[in-house]
Design a protein around this ligand. Structure first.
Ligand SMILES: *Cc1c(COP(=O)(O)O)cnc(C)c1O
Length: 385
């Protein structure tokens, strides 16, 4: 994607473009991959930092019916954007947040006997209150333990007033195709779901996140819960060719300098220049979520650094990333392109959020959720919204 055909306000130091058409494309790809399952979408943490209030309606408009967030407050805030969809709260209810569920029509994932108790107490009206049951099958994070599942089966009255619609669990190693834990977790979920449905009537099951979808049809069950792949992340390091790039981040070139004598660049003199080089300073830094570890941390740091692109030509990050600035070597970029006022691509078709994560020592999820509030945000496509 190039910036030439996009309307940028003159003051924008950096521009974050979120491609809603790519998001709906990726949703349809996941649906094609798991044709017999419902595809629910994780929009927690503001849709991985990309803007849930814009993204969720675009997905609802093409048929997505179920959305997952972490907290009741997130769910309450998104209700106006999603008047008809099911909003599932993964962290479940507690006595403080329980009133929000009724007020905003939120569905809890119940993660413990304690949360089941909270939800039963909140069931003021006689009609059964829908809920997901989340079972811990190998994460030791959220979800009912085996002991709690046995207690529940021994005393089904604990579920009085609750309508369990989906029994779910979460894969620990979905991005490792060969991990034996995947099949074990699947067996544990299906065994527990069979026991529970004998008590409560038929329940639907859900296990796979984005990576889990690619473990095969055995893992699709009744519903998959996709997040990362919808936002264009690639968890297998193999560039899933059917997915489209969603995020494009550009930063303005503030200054370009020719350096012809030995010199150092940036804090800590972490980058040394011997011969003649051109260095450009860009208006984005770690304060905008461009991770500091994407640059060189010291003169002895030999890790690869991130690469930016100016008119499609590589300009590698040199020196330390500052709070508001980063420096790139534009010696290989034609002078006409590497000019103050032009924009460099920091994330996009040439260098993805996953690529940035790789050099920074993290995952694409963290790169996206840290994208800062100073970027001027533009949403493209999603015409039906
Ligand atoms: C975040 C989350 C998902 C989505 O995971 P992705 O890897 O982003 O597809 C699914 N299920 C649960 C329980 C989650 O917390």
């Amino acid at each position: 994607m190039r910036l030439h055909d996009i309307d940028i306000p003159p003051g924008a130091s950096s521009v974050l473009i979120v491609d809603l058409d790519a998001i709906t494309h990726n949703y349809r790809q996941i649906q094609a991959q798991a044709p017999t399952a419902e595809v629910g979408v994780s929009i927690k943490s503001d849709a991985y930092g990309l803007g849930a209030a814009k993204i969720a309606p675009a997905l609802a408009a093409i048929g997505c019916k179920t959305f997952f967030v972490a907290t009741a407050v997130e769910g309450a805030n998104l209700r106006p954007a999603l008047p008809d969809a099911e909003i599932v709260i993964l962290n479940g209810p507690d006595p403080d947040t329980a009133p929000l569920f009724g007020k905003h029509g939120l569905t809890p994932a119940l993660n413990s006997l304690m949360q089941i108790e909270v939800w039963r107490a909140a069931a003021g009206d006689p009609s059964a209150k829908p809920a997901y049951l989340h079972l811990d099958t190998g994460m030791s994070r959220l979800g009912l333990s085996n002991t709690e599942i046995d207690q529940l089966c021994a005393d089904p009255t604990l579920l009085n007033g609750i309508e369990v619609t989906v029994v779910m669990s979460h894969l620990a190693c979905a991005d490792e195709l060969k991990s034996p834990l995947n099949a074990q977790q699947r067996e544990r979920l299906l065994a527990a779901a069979a026991k529970l449905s004998a008590l409560t009537g038929a329940v639907r099951t859900s296990l796979a996140n984005s990576a889990g979808v690619y473990l095969g049809t055995d893992y699709h069950l009744d519903m998959v819960r996709a997040g990362a792949s919808i936002y264009g992340l690639d968890f297998f390091d193999q560039k899933l060719s059917s997915m489209q790039q969603v995020v494009h981040l550009f930063a303005k070139i503030l200054q370009v300098r020719d350096i012809d004598k030995p010199a150092t660049v940036g804090y800590g003199a972490a980058h040394r220049i011997g011969g003649p080089r051109r260095i450009a300073t860009l208006a984005t830094g770690y304060g905008d979520g461009y991770l500091r570890t994407a640059g060189r941390l010291s003169a002895t740091d030999k890790r690869p650094t991130a690469t930016t692109f100016i008119d499609g030509i590589a300009a590698p990050v040199v020196g330390r990333v500052s709070m508001d600035l980063l420096t790139v070597d534009v010696s290989g970029v034609p002078e006409a392109a590497a000019q103050p006022g032009n924009y460099a691509e920091l994330i996009g078709d040439h260098f993805s959020a996953d690529d940035l994560a790789d050099v920074a020592g993290t995952i694409g999820y963290e790169v996206l959720t840290r994208l800062g509030q100073r970027h001027h945000r533009i949403y493209r496509g999603g015409d039906s919204v």
